[in-house]
Design a protein around this ligand. Sequence first.
Ligand code: ZN
Length: 41
Amino acid sequence: MGTLICQACNKIIDHFEDEKVSVLYSSCTNCHKEQIEKENE
Ligand SMILES: [Zn+2]
């Protein structure tokens, strides 16, 4: 099973089906919102 982790706050966002154990980094909804606000400044 794969794990999706927020690269900003290191919280586990979600799990996804995968043949091997793997980790993907993304942004959770809170951190994604902050990133968008920063980009708009
Ligand atoms: Zn986050």
